[in-house]
Design a protein around this ligand. Structure first.
Ligand code: KG4
Ligand code: ZN
Length: 340
């Protein structure tokens, strides 16, 4: 396919990152992400502010993606965009912009499911990164989702387990908030956990049937634990931060790994790919390396910049849709809840 010279411009605006990327025949030429700092002071994403920030950022971010890629606008073969799932106001900005640009340029439009794109990030051409072979299991762990997906082909995916309440990223972020850490707290828990004792404190693991997850009880357990401890010792958090973070992370990773082992047992598939923002976490990465040795799994961890929200993953999904001529109609609308 390399002789076809396919340039995909991709736009991602599902949550609080405005992102654009240019992909040439499966290789990333540019990958620009404007993270919205405005939400930090609120301890979480404020949808109304997110859509406004997308409107401010989208033109400069796309300009930068095109100029960093060292191409000109007319080189672009097709425009890919995130249709959902995500925040409606945020999705509308990217969707409307992508539609207008593709229509104005007279080129095809490619609609992408954000969750499928997280998984397809594994197919971006990168040196020293191997691609999984179908079928494989994907553990998609982000601030909005927690899923185990059976991936049979690029767009033939089946969700075999998912969270019934909070996502794993929320479990990290809400626990961090209880500890007084700024948003998003996931990376900070990860950082402190590296110097703490993972078995210093014990948190309960939810009893969920099948391959589904639940994290809302975990967050409450952390809250009650901290309330109880700080009542006795107001300096409890400061004095034990590293051990608390390590224990929280240890429990969350155990919850994920238990279900993953169950999924492997049920499907007989031993190729595991992780995707989504939480796959940047050192605890899950180490647990997977151990599982590779212990259970003979083959694990795939994407390059760091393709784990959190980005447009490179939207571009690779768009690339495969372009190859199968799966173009979107110009009447297409954003979908806040977009199942596949
Ligand atoms: O995929 P993503 O960028 O956005 C969503 O689609 O949700 O994921 C963001 C989530 C946040 O909850 C953030 O705290 C979490 O990923 N995260 C981490 C780490 N890096 C990002 N959680 C734990 N450890 C990390 N190193
Ligand atoms: Zn995401």
């Amino acid at each position: 396919m390399a002789s076809q010279n396919i340039y995909i411009l991709a736009i991602e605006s599902s949550c609080d990152d405005t992102a654009a990327a240019v992909l040439h025949n499966g290789k990333i030429l540019s990958n620009i992400v404007a993270t919205q700092e405005v939400h930090q002071q609120y301890g979480g994403v404020v949808p109304e502010l997110a859509s406004r920030a997308h409107q401010q950022n989208i033109v400069p971010v796309i300009h930068q993606a095109i100029s960093r890629a060292n191409i000109v606008k007319k080189d672009i073969t097709a425009i890919a965009f995130t249709r959902g799932p995500g925040l409606m106001g945020s999705l509308l900005v990217g969707t409307s912009f992508a539609k207008s640009l593709a229509l104005g340029m007279g080129i095809p439009l490619l609609e992408v499911n954000h969750m499928q794109a997280h998984i397809l990030a594994h197919f971006i051409e990168e040196q020293n990164f191997k691609k999984p072979k179908f079928p494989f299991l994907a553990l998609t762990i982000s601030g909005g989702h927690t899923q185990i997906v059976k991936v049979k082909d690029y767009f033939d995916m089946e969700v075999i387990g998912e969270t019934t309440d909070d996502a794993v990223g929320e479990a990290f972020d809400k626990s961090a908030k209880i500890l007084g850490l700024p948003y998003p707290g996931g990376p900070l828990i990860d950082k402190y956990a590296q110097q703490g004792n993972p078995t210093a404190f014990k948190f309960p693991k939810p009893k969920m049937p099948g391959l589904d997850f639940s994290f809302s009880g975990f967050k409450t357990a952390v809250l009650y634990f901290i309330q109880k401890q700080t009542k006795n010792n107001p300096n409890f958090i400061e004095e034990n931060l590293k051990d608390i973070c390590a224990s929280i992370q240890y429990t969350i990773i155990n919850i994920l790994m238990d279900k993953l082992k169950k999924a492997v047992k049920e499907t007989g598939i031993t190729q595991i790919a992780i995707a989504g923002g939480v796959s940047a976490n050192n605890g899950i990465r180490n647990a997977l390396f151990e599982a590779e040795k212990k259970y003979d799994w083959k694990c795939f961890i994407p390059k760091f910049e393709y784990t959190t929200d980005n447009a490179a993953m939207i571009a690779i999904a768009g690339h495969y849709k372009y190859l199968s001529k799966d173009f979107a109609d110009f009447s297409i609308t954003a979908q806040a809840r977009y199942k596949f």
